[in-house]
Ligand binder design. Structure first.
Ligand SMILES: [Mg+2]
Length: 317
C-alpha cells in the first residue's frame, strides 16, 4: 500500500542521492577511491552550493507538480513543466537548470517545435541514457495507485519514459524499476523486492515480441550470481543499462540507506543519477528515518520537497 511517508522518503531519498553525487559527477572510480565521498560536499563539478540537486530531482519534481495540480497524468502538461524547467529555471534548487542530458534536451526541443508527447521522445538506440529512469518515480507511484494490472501499470510507466526516452531499452529499465518498487510497496523487504521484481520483469518482457532485444540487453541482471560480480564488472556510466545495474548491485551489496548511497556515489561516473535512483529506491525501502539528518539538513528546498510529496500523495490517493 502506498502511504504518504513512502512518497516523502522516496523523493527526499532521491534528492539527497542527487545532491551527494552532483559535486563529483564524471569523476573516475580511481579518483573516487583516493578521495571518497563521505557526506555532502560543496562546489566540485558544477561549482554549486552544498545540498544542490540537479536535473534528476528537477524533472521528478516537475512531473509531480503537474500530476498534483491536475490530479491526473496529463502528458502535455508534464512536457510543459519540462519546458518551464529548461527555459525558466523552475523546479530547481537555486534558480539554475543544469545538467540537462542530450536526449531529454532534444525531446523538449521537439515538443517546443510542435511534436506531441507521443512523438517528441527520442527512439534510436543511442538515446538510451538514464534520463527517463532518473525521473520515473512519479509515474511509478501513479501507476501503482491507478492501474488494476501490472500490464496496465507498465504501460503507464513505458509511456512516461517515452516522453523523452522512447527506445524499448529505456522503457524496460523504467518497467524493471516499477516492478521492484511495487514489491517494496507490497511490503517485501528490499532484497526480496529486487529478486521478485527482476523475476517478474524477465517473465513479462521475454514474452513480448517488442521487448525481445531489450530483454537480451538486460540479461546479466537476471542471472542468479549478479550480486556477486566484482566491482570492476560494474560500470556506472550514463547508459541506462549500466546505471540500473550499478543501482541494483549497490542495493544487493549493502544493508542500509547510508551505505547504499555512499557505495553508489563512490563508483564514480554518473554519480548524481546513480545516487538519485539508488536514493529513491533506498528511501522507499528504508524509510525517512534512515536518511542521515546532516544530509537532509543541508538539502536545498527541503521544505518544498516535503510539502510537494504530501500534496502529490493526496492528489493521487
Ligand atoms: Mg543530474
Amino acid at each position: 500500500m502506498l502511504e504518504m511517508h513512502n512518497v516523502k522518503a522516496a523523493l527526499l531519498g532521491l534528492a539527497v542521492g542527487d545532491a551527494l553525487g552532483v559535486p563529483v559527477e564524471f569523476s573516475s572510480r580511481s579518483k573516487m577511491k583516493k578521495n571518497p565521498v563521505t557526506g555532502m560536499r560543496e562546489h566540485g563539478t558544477w561549482n554549486q552550493p552544498i545540498g544542490t540537486w540537479s536535473d534528476d530531482t528537477s524533472l521528478t519534481v516537475a512531473a509531480m507538480d503537474s500530476i498534483t495540480r491536475l490530479k491526473k497524468l496529463d502528458k502535455v502538461d508534464v512536457m510543459k513543466n519540462f519546458v518551464r524547467w529548461l527555459r525558466d529555471n523552475e523546479f530547481t534548487a537555486n534558480d539554475d537548470a543544469f545538467d540537462c542530458g542530450n536526449t531529454t534536451g532534444a525531446a523538449i526541443d521537439n515538443f517546443i517545435f510542435g511534436a506531441t508527447p507521443e512523438t517528441c521522445g527520442m527512439r534510436n538506440e543511442s538515446s538510451n541514457g538514464n534520463g527517463s529512469l532518473m525521473r520515473i518515480l512519479p509515474a511509478v507511484f501513479y501507476a501503482y495507485e491507478k492501474a488494476t494490472t501490472d500490464e496496465e501499470a507498465l504501460q503507464i510507466v513505458h509511456e512516461f519514459s517515452a516522453l523523452t526516452h522512447a527506445h524499448e531499452v529505456s522503457q524496460m529499465a523504467c518497467g524493471i524499476y516499477y516492478l521492484i518498487c511495487a514489491q517494496i510497496l507490497d511490503g517485501k523487504n528490499l532484497k526480496d523486492a529486487i529478486h521478485n521484481g527482476l523475476k517478474q520483469a524477465e517473465e513479462f518482457y521475454s514474452k513480448q515480441q517488442k521487448f525481445l532485444n531489450a530483454t537480451e540487453t538486460f540479461s546479466r541482471l537476471f542471472k542468479e550470481n549478479f550480486a556477486a560480480l566484482p566491482e570492476d564488472a560494474i560500470r556506472s556510466s550514463g547508459y541506462v543499462v549500466a546505471t540500473l545495474e550499478a543501482v541494483i548491485w549497490c542495493v544487493l551489496n549493502t544493508d542500509d540507506y547510508k551505505s547504499l548511497l555512499l557505495t553508489a556515489v563512490n563508483l564514480g561516473g554518473d554519480t548524481d543519477t546513480v545516487g538519485a535512483i539508488a536514493g529513491g529506491i533506498g528511501g522507499l525501502a528504508y524509510g525517512l528515518q534512515q536518511i542521515p539528518a546532516d544530509w537532509l539538513n543541508v538539502l536545498k528546498r527541503r521544505d518544498y520537497l516535503e510539502s510537494l510529496a504530501e500534496k502529490f500523495f493526496l492528489a493521487i490517493n
